[in-house]
Design a protein around this ligand. Structure first.
Ligand code: SF4
Length: 331
């Protein structure tokens, strides 16, 4: 799909035409210009040739989770995931980069990095699943930037895509239904605090101290836990918005009661909460067992830390957190 060239192609068309075309793509969810009978034949033919609507992809299904492997014009491939919670709520976990340069040791995505995605390549992921959900009379209601890549290393394109996802002319998904998750790029958190957006912020913390965190996430050597929390404090002070700390439960690495104690001390700040995530094996580590997670959670709660545990989607199709890698082929 060459949706980014659309504006260029239609720039000499009357203004109402652009609106009409956006409605066809993002509301009517057409997949072929030939059905756009409101457009003159000559324009339909030009768009079919220069801006085809086909998204090259392959789908993998596991109960209420659908993973899509998408291939872009240059052959780059990414994965994106749709989680259908119920009839009313469907979340797309979007990717922001082809691979990821941060190389977290528990994550399959970090094995390679190719390039940033454009804003249109990001919204193409939402478009693909909107088309899938239309078949069931459902819509995408929530977006999380937790797929492949570090969103704040592709800051401008991510923010531009959020504005489009948010816009009534595109997907009209409210800012509060959009979350962005960072491994802790401090400049990104600072910039984000200045945006006039009500988008939620999550931090992938995954460890209660520098020793464990640097082992799991090399980015911690640049942005230590202390620096990261300072940036989060500034963000909260400026926006008065809640921040979610994501914490993967990895057996024998970060799941001891000592870790829970250290974490509880870090979380003694206003407007923060912890989300425990069961680790999905990607080779090197093992997930914590249920009893360990239960005790870890109980400890945090006893200390007054608001703690949730994420329900896992799509483990069987390698669509869960940290498993996206785009190794499959489409043909
Ligand atoms: S966990 Fe996130 S930041 Fe870390 S390598 Fe994977 S995609 Fe990148």
């Amino acid at each position: 799909m060459k949706i980014d060239s659309l504006e260029e192609i239609i720039k000499n068309e009357p203004a109402y035409r652009i609106k009409q075309i956006r409605k066809l793509i993002y509301k009517d969810l057409i997949e072929d210009w030939n059905v756009a009978l409101v457009l003159p034949l000559s324009l339909r033919e030009r768009l079919s040739k220069e801006c085809p609507l086909e998204i090259k992809h392959k789908l993998f299904k596991d109960n209420n989770t659908l993973k899509a492997l998408i291939e872009f014009e240059d052959g780059s491939k990414i994965e994106t995931v749709l989680m259908e919670h119920d009839q009313e709520r469907s979340t797309v976990c979007v990717s922001s980069q082809v691979g990821c340069p941060l190389k977290c040791s528990f994550c399959a995505t970090g094995a390679s990095f190719k390039r940033n995605l454009t804003s249109f390549e990001i919204i193409e992921q939402v478009l693909l699943f909107s088309r899938e959900l239309k078949k069931k009379n459902k819509k995408v209601t929530n977006i999380v930037f937790m797929g492949m890549g570090e969103p704040f290393l592709n800051y401008d394109n991510v923010i531009e895509s959020i504005k489009m996802i948010n816009s009534p002319e595109y997907f009209n998904i409210g800012s509060r239904k959009i979350s962005i998750s960072t491994a802790g790029i401090i400049e990104g958190i600072e910039r984000f605090s200045n945006e006039d957006l009500q988008v939620n912020l999550s931090i992938s913390l995954h460890a209660p101290n520098d020793l464990i965190r640097s082992n799991l996430m090399p980015i911690n050597k640049k942005y230590s836990v202390e620096k990261l929390l300072k940036a989060v404090d500034q963000y909260i002070k400026k926006t008065n918005r809640k921040v979610m700390f994501e914490y993967l439960m990895i057996k024998g690495e970060n799941d001891s009661l000592e870790s829970a104690e250290e974490l509880s001390l870090l979380m003694k700040r206003p407007l923060v909460m912890v989300n425990l995530i069961v680790y999905n094996p990607t080779g090197k580590f093992k997930p914590s067992d249920n009893n360990t997670i239960k005790k870890f959670k109980e400890y945090l709660e006893k200390k007054g830390i608001f703690t949730t545990q994420r329900y896992e989607f799509g483990r069987k199709i390698n669509a869960a957190c940290g498993q996206l890698a785009a190794y499959d082929t489409i043909n």
